[in-house]
Every structure is written in structure tokens, then in C-alpha cells.
Design a protein around this ligand. Structure first.
Ligand code: PEP
Length: 254
């Protein structure tokens, strides 16, 4: 189907100058499949973005972890999409569950952010996912569909969007979704997109999984037909991130 495997590393609010250099050195020395097989994007905190971009191998890219919902100006503490573009930062993560939960970002606000970032020429990793309570009450797909709809209502060109399905109960908990659970939601989400956006977007958009992915569980997850890669938190700070990148090879034999 030609969806290139995508591996994102979300460093969250972690790192010192020394630690960041160490992570980049490990990545720079790693033997990984070529850019034709896998797209790798790491997302350091804002303050380290230019430095990481300048020392990171050229076949890997960088992403910001957030950006402001509209044009910059009197918004103390925010970073605008224009600034990221000005610094040649190609990607931004939006709608991460930590921001939805801790900073009360609503579906509509995230949808506005995605639309604005795309309008400024950024590529977007848009995160969706249900809480444990929502999963247990059987509303996983309703939640994920509502989050995706808020984006679909505002976006017409999906070619620069990757959707990260990240069940909240799996993020940072060590409790990874089973391959079947991940495949099930990715498949449903693709069906939702086919019905509500277009068959073409449904077939071509990359839907990546996030939530306690590590070097040990990545291969089995990568083997699922609708899992097009990963968004990795904790393990993206460790050398095992390289093994996660290498799990893209599983697709060759699927
Ligand atoms: C994330 O923050 O996007 C994430 C998936 O974290 P972790 O891999 O640590 O669960």
C-alpha cells in the first residue's frame, strides 16, 4: 500500500545538554534501514530543537512538541508555527494526551492547532486516544472518532498528517496495548476516515501506535497490517529506540 513506516521519538520534558548530545550520538552512529523504508523524527523540548537539528544525522528529522493555535503575538510562553517554520523545523506533535489532560486542550482547540500548523507548512503528528475509563465503558471508537472529527472538520489536505493512536492508559505505564487491540483501533479509524473523509486518505494516511512501545514489543506490533509505525516516549531516550526503528523491517515480510 506504500505507507512508509514512521517512528517518532517524543522526548517530552526531559534532558540536559549533555544527555541530549548522548542520545543524538547514539542515533548518529546507529545502523538503521534506509529512508526509503522508515521515516524517523525525534522531538526534543523546544530549547534543544535548534541544537539537535544541527547535530542530528541528515536522514532523521525533528519535531516540536507543540505550537500555538494561531499567529504569534502577545501569547507569553508560547511558540508559534511561524517560528518553527523559520527555524526549518518540519514537524510538530499536536494533541498529545498529556496536553489534552494537563492543559485542558479540547478536541476543537487541537483541531484548530492542526489546521493552523498545516496552513503554515508544518507537518503534523496528531495524537488521539481514549482513557482507561472510556475503554472500559466501550466508548474507545466514539472518543477517537470525535477527536479525529474535530481535525477533519478543519482540514482538507491530509498529506502532511500522521495520526498517532495513543491509548492514554498505555502511555508511560508499561502497559502496552496488545497487537490485536492496536490493530483493531487502527482498522476502525481507517474505516472512519474512509466514510467521513475519503477512501484515498483512509488508504494512504499513516496511523502509528504509541503507548509503552519498547525494543521487546515493537516487532509484534509492527507486524499488524494497519500499524504504520510508532510514537515512542520513554524508550526514545534509550538506545533501544534504534531497535524500534529497525522494527520497520518487519513490513518487508508482511
Ligand atoms: C508518548 O508520550 O507519546 C508515549 C507513547 O510515551 P511512552 O512510550 O513512554 O508510553
Amino acid at each position: 500500500m506504500g505507507r512508509k513506516f514512521f517512528v517518532g521519538g517524543n522526548w517530552k520534558c526531559n534532558g540536559t545538554t549533555e544527555e541530549v548530545k548522548k542520545i543524538v550520538n547514539t542515533l548518529n552512529e546507529a545502523q538503521v534501514p534506509s529512508q526509503d523504508v522508515v521515516e524517523v523524527v525525534v522531538s526534543p523540548p523546544f530549547v534543544f530543537l535548534p541544537a539537535v537539528k544541527s547535530i542530528l544525522r541528515p536522514d532523521f528529522q525533528v519535531a516540536a512538541q507543540n505550537c500555538w493555535v494561531k499567529k504569534g503575538g502577545a501569547f507569553t510562553g508560547e511558540v508559534s508555527a511561524e517560528m518553527l517554520k523559520n527555524l526549518d523545523i518540519p514537524w510538530v506533535i499536536l494533541g498529545h494526551s498529556e496536553r489534552r489532560a494537563l492543559l485542558n486542550e479540547s478536541n476543537e482547540f487541537v483541531g484548530d492547532k492542526v489546521a493552523y500548523a498545516l496552513s503554515q507548512g508544518l507537518k503534523v503528528i496528531a495524537c488521539v486516544g481514549e482513557t482507561l475509563e472510556q475503554r472500559e465503558s466501550g466508548s474507545t471508537m466514539d472518543v477517537v472518532a470525535a477527536q479525529t472529527k474535530a481535525i477533519a472538520d478543519r482540514v482538507s489536505n491530509w498529506s502532511d498528517v500522521v495520526i498517532a493512536y495513543e491509548p492514554v492508559w498505555a502511555i508511560g505505564t508499561g502497559k502496552v496495548a496488545t497487537p490485536a487491540q492496536a490493530q483493531d483501533v487502527h482498522d476502525e479509524l481507517r474505516k472512519w476516515l474512509a466514510k467521513n473523509v475519503s477512501a484515498e486518505v483512509a488508504a494512504t494516511i499513516r496511523i502509528i501506535y504509541g503507548g509503552s512501545v519498547n525494543g521487546a514489543n515493537c516487532k509484534e506490533l509492527a507486524g499488524q497490517p494497519d500499524v504504520d509505525g510508532f510514537l515512542v516516549g520513554g524508550a526514545s531516550l534509550k538506545p533501544e529506540f534504534v531497535d524500534i526503528i529497525k522494527s520497520s523491517e518487519v513490513k518487508k515480510s508482511v
